[in-house]
Design a protein around this ligand. Structure first.
Ligand SMILES: NC(=O)c1ccc[n+]([C@@H]2O[C@H](COP(=O)([O-])OP(=O)(O)OC[C@H]3O[C@@H](n4cnc5c(N)ncnc54)[C@H](OP(=O)(O)O)[C@@H]3O)[C@@H](O)[C@H]2O)c1
Length: 342
């Protein structure tokens, strides 16, 4: 007599089987992963949306060379559903957030992910899943650039480009928390917000020449690249540091950087539990606020990408994957805005 077979548990995910525009993102029913040794299975409540998501959707996994099919999503916030052999750090029911496996996608556009336990940290107490999912990639980038790479010191002058964006608005606050004097670039409509986040000076990059306005800077965080690198170099004092979060390609004016006596580095964010814990502590202390520009349900991931690809996001865009009971995390409109209307 044959035994009845247990059906493999499945889950909802947004996947793509080819590179392309937002329309390649499709809702699929797929096998639920099982946690391996050292891994946790997380019931995903929310997934952050990052420029890396649409770059990967369009070009394939630029940092790893992998090609579709795959499920996007680097940022995870959720609840531990099960743990693999050897995991002692977390147990079922723990609330976690993280950017596991980067630069490979965690596959966070899905109801479950598995990943190494130590790529996660406990979710900050004061944040719901939506806001927790907005943090990991952007906040770790800001933290690793300013704290680990540039070692920002109290009193230093720090210039943050694209300061109203996902990385930028967190970088402004992290630099302030390190005691820096912060100069932020953004379009004029976003200046008031940046001041409330702690920026000491704001520069409208659309109407002002940043390189002529800003000087004697110790550290620049450049999330723009291209022609902006020259502007960044001109603001730095000798001995200062340019941290670019775009790869320094052949167009980077390396000779100018050398002549100016500045250090220029490309930094790629890494999974980092200690960084997540430091970021969580800043949130719990009320010194780091994450701004969520819009929330879309998982099945509207394509719209979330279209919105992000405008390049005008204030703060972060998040996908709600498993709404909290009562649906509090996805208002009827599908959108929440902490930020001023664009
Ligand atoms: N290396 C890494 O590890 C790493 C990690 C994270 C992100 N990144 C990269 O860093 C870049 C920024 O990421 P993000 O998540 O912060 O993007 P984002 O949230 O999409 O940035 C949007 C913001 O950029 C501002 N902006 C656009 N053009 C600008 C310009 N010329 N000057 C100043 N501000 C400008 C916009 O402000 P306005 O509306 O005022 O123009 C908007 O608020 C992306 O290319 C991303 O791929 C790299």
């Amino acid at each position: 007599m044959s035994r009845p077979t247990t059906p493999t548990p499945t889950m909802r995910a947004v996947s793509q089987d080819r590179a392309g525009g937002p329309d390649v993102l499709k809702v699929v029913e797929t096998a639920r992963p099982e946690p391996g040794r050292g891994e946790i299975l997380v019931r995903v409540h929310a997934a952050g949306v990052n420029p890396a998501d649409w770059k990967t959707r369009e070009r394939g996994m630029f940092a790893t060379g992998a090609t579709p099919p795959f499920t996007l999503g680097f940022d995870v916030a959720g609840v531990v559903a099960a743990v693999g052999a050897g995991v002692t750090l977390f147990g079922p029911g723990d609330e976690v957030f993280g950017m596991p496996r980067f630069p490979y996608p965690a596959g966070a556009y899905a109801e479950y992910v598995t990943a190494p336990a130590r790529h996660f940290a406990p979710r900050p107490r004061g944040l719901d899943h939506i806001r927790a999912a907005a943090l990991p990639l952007a906040a770790l980038t800001a933290w690793q650039a300013l704290v680990d790479t540039a070692r920002v010191q109290p009193g230093q002058r720090v210039l943050i480009h694209a300061a109203a964006g996902g990385v930028g608005h967190l970088a402004v606050q992290i630099a302030k928390a390190r005691g820096a004097y912060v100069i932020a670039t953004a379009s004029a409509a976003k200046h008031e917000l940046l001041r409330t986040l702690g920026a000491d000076e704001v520069v409208d990059y659309r109407t002002q020449d940043v390189a002529a306005t800003v000087h004697d800077v110790d550290v620049v965080l450049d999330g723009i690249g291209g022609a902006n690198w020259s502007r960044s170099l001109r603001t730095l004092r000798p001995g200062g540091t340019l941290v670019s979060i775009l790869p320094l390609d052949d167009t980077f004016p390396a000779a100018r950087a050398e002549a100016a006596g500045v250090r220029a580095v490309f930094m790629l964010v890494e999974p980092d539990q200690q960084g997540l814990r430091e970021i969580g502590a800043l949130v719990d202390d009320g010194r780091l606020r994450v701004i969520v520009d819009a929330v879309f349900p998982l099945e509207r991931a394509a719209e979330a990408h279209e919105s992000g690809e405008t390049g005008r996001t204030t703060g972060k865009i998040v996908l709600s994957v498993t709404p909290a009971p009562g649906g509090r995390e996805v208002p009827p409109s599908g959108d929440v805005r902490d930020a001023p209307e664009r």
